[in-house]
Design a protein around this ligand. Structure first.
Ligand code: TRP
Length: 343
């Protein structure tokens, strides 16, 4: 049986959105809504696997939904919703908790990184995080997920859960009239070269909301002056810009700033260097600041407007949740029958 091409992705409301979220994720979601059925979720249930202040959680949930829309996702084309409004996510993740093995979870590098020395004292939810993520994806029989490299292992685990479910319940799945596979084997969607945005203060580290220095991170809600100031004070080096991309090797900060310029202007790095090769930072940084402001300021303005209109935001999220449920409920009805739950 062929599965309908369907895309799902999600972002956790656990901090302010920044340029890395925009270039690495949100902006890449937009074109997919023209070619696929798309669901873009605010994964609030994932966020609470570590402590979240409830007021912050709400604010960040609205902020992500607003960023989706302000960046060009159209709520009439894409299904935009927050995870906790569709309780089938929790229900399917419980069943997956009983399909997946403890050893699979213990191998997750993200869990090991996040729990560190403290692995006995993190929430049980953090341990089961990948099982909830598999439920997000398979609840909609998603065929493609646009995510970065850091989520590859979670996607592999999603495929392992799908395969084990398809295998363990093969007879029931057949009896329901399906071929062997009930769940698809979901692929990672490549959507062009991924921009991995680095800290403005240290080209070896990812741009992150948890950076100690506010100057290292451009937030999506920063105003024009703040964006320009952060770019002008970004760490660079003493040499002029090289003529080609090869010349950026070993110059992490330069590579990051030129990469940001290329991504924001939809040009290749070599193309940007045709313009700036041989020039100094005094020429490049103001140009980058102008470009960043011209792309990000209108998005920030629209985000401000949307987060200020809770009525409108609630309406969009409720409508998205209803449309998500319309796909999720028939799946859950079947899953309950497959595992033998009486209704
Ligand atoms: N774990 C993802 C992240 O940290 C967020 C996420 C949750 C997700 N559920 C998902 C991404 C489903 C893609 C599909 O980035």
């Amino acid at each position: 049986m062929a599965f309908t091409p369907r895309v799902f992705s999600g972002i956790k409301p656990s901090g302010d959105l920044h340029l890395g979220n925009y270039l690495g994720a949100i902006r890449r979601f937009v074109p997919l809504q023209e070619t696929h059925e798309t669901l873009y979720c605010v994964v609030d249930m994932h966020a609470i696997t570590v402590w979240q202040d409830p007021e912050d959680l709400k604010r960040w949930t609205y902020e992500i939904a607003a960023a989706y829309i302000a960046s060009g996702l159209d709520p009439s084309k894409s299904i935009i919703f927050n995870q906790s409004q569709v309780m089938e996510h929790a229900e399917l993740s419980w069943i997956f908790n009983c399909v997946a093995r403890v050893g699979w979870m213990e191998r997750m590098t993200q869990f090991k990184d996040k729990s560190g020395e403290n692995s006995e004292n993190v929430s049980l939810g953090l341990f089961a995080y990948p099982s909830l993520m598999a439920a997000d994806i398979l609840l909609y029989k998603t065929t493609g997920v646009p995510v970065g490299d850091d989520q590859k292992q979670h996607l592999e685990l999603t495929r392992d859960i799908a395969k084990k479910f398809n295998h363990d319940f093969r007879k029931q799945i057949k009896d329901l009239g399906f071929d062997e596979d009930y769940f698809p084997i979901t692929e990672t969607l490549a959507t062009g070269p991924a921009m991995r945005v680095k800290s403005l203060k240290d080209g070896a580290r990812k741009m992150s909301k948890s950076d100690a220095s506010d100057m290292s991170t451009i937030y999506m809600m920063d105003d024009a002056d703040t964006i320009a100031k952060k770019i002008k004070r970004a760490t660079s080096d003493a040499a002029p810009l090289p003529e080609t991309a090869d010349g950026l090797a070993g110059r992490a900060e330069a590579e990051n700033l030129v990469g940001i310029f290329a991504a924001l202007s939809n040009r290749s790095v070599d193309d940007v260097l045709i313009e700036f090769g041989g020039k100094g930072w005094g020429a490049f940084k103001p140009a980058l600041a102008d470009l960043a402001v011209s792309v990000l300021a209108p998005i920030a303005g629209e985000m401000q407007r949307l987060v200020g209109d809770r009525g409108e935001m609630d309406r969009i999220l409720r409508d998205g949740a209803a449309r998500a449920r319309a796909i999720a409920q028939p799946t859950m009805d079947e899953v309950r029958r497959i595992v033998g739950f009486i209704r």
